[in-house]
Design a protein around this ligand. Sequence first.
Ligand code: G
Ligand code: G
Ligand code: MN
Ligand code: NA
Length: 253
Amino acid sequence: IQLETALRRALAKEQLLLHYQPQLDLENGRMRGVEALLRWNDPELGIIPPCEFIPLAEETGLILPLGKWVIKEACRQHIEWLKAGIGPVKIAVNVSVRQIEEEDFIQYLKQVLTDTGVSPSYLEIEITESIMQNIDQSMVILHELKAIGVELSIDDFGKGYSSLSYLKHLPIHHLKIDKSFVEDIIAHPTQGSIVKAIIAMGHSLGFSVIAEGIEEEDQFKFLAEHGCEMGQGYYFSQPLPPEGIQAFYMKML
Ligand code: G
Ligand code: G
Ligand code: MN
Ligand code: NA
């Protein structure tokens, strides 16, 4: 069976699920929210990692219905956690540029927020630097998103091409330092310098900074010492199923 057909079927049958990775306030260790990450466990094909099916979904356009499902499911989960006395948990969702550019994206987002009753400030949209490729068109949408009250982050920052002159005009709240920089922070002093520079630049533009891929205590300490506000990574927690977040949250209280 073709992967594309299987993905289409999985989406229709609601066989996809979201795991959530805690994002911590590096100053006090509190959980400030979670990042939603798609998971696909196909009854026939087994576990298929997102690095395989996300690019496929992008190519085939399936990312559009898939992305809609992610937003709806994340909002549903937010409310389910609330009812269980967890949170409110801020949820960051990854949104592809293709999705942002879809005509009814804003309308859909507003509708889901209204239908589920999620307060917009508890939803965060992560977009990658590839937003820069079509920035004049995207800028309008980014401003509409900001007006709704959802938060915006630039994901994988530093990995791709970012026009720094545009960056200062983006109506965003956070920069997420790509995990490739965090990886070598201790072993390679130049990487450490780059990370320090990204944090300083982010702050001077009025953004808060979040680091991803924190796997070791030394990395955590370095980032916290240099004023990086937030972080996520295996050092704190793997991405977890919803029950895991519930347990993590209770433990951190
Ligand atoms: O989850 P890791 O757990 O392996 O995710 C791999 C990649 O897939 C990451 O780059 C992540 O941004 C992307 N990804 C995970 N979930 C989603 C999603 O819901 N939508 C989009 N567009 N990308 C996602
Ligand atoms: O959307 P984004 O590209 O930021 O997706 C985050 C990716 O990083 C996911 O694939 C997630 O599973 C992965 N990840 C989360 N924490 C760690 C970590 O500590 N180390 C590494 N190598 N990957 C991580
Ligand atoms: Mn992300
Ligand atoms: Na990332």
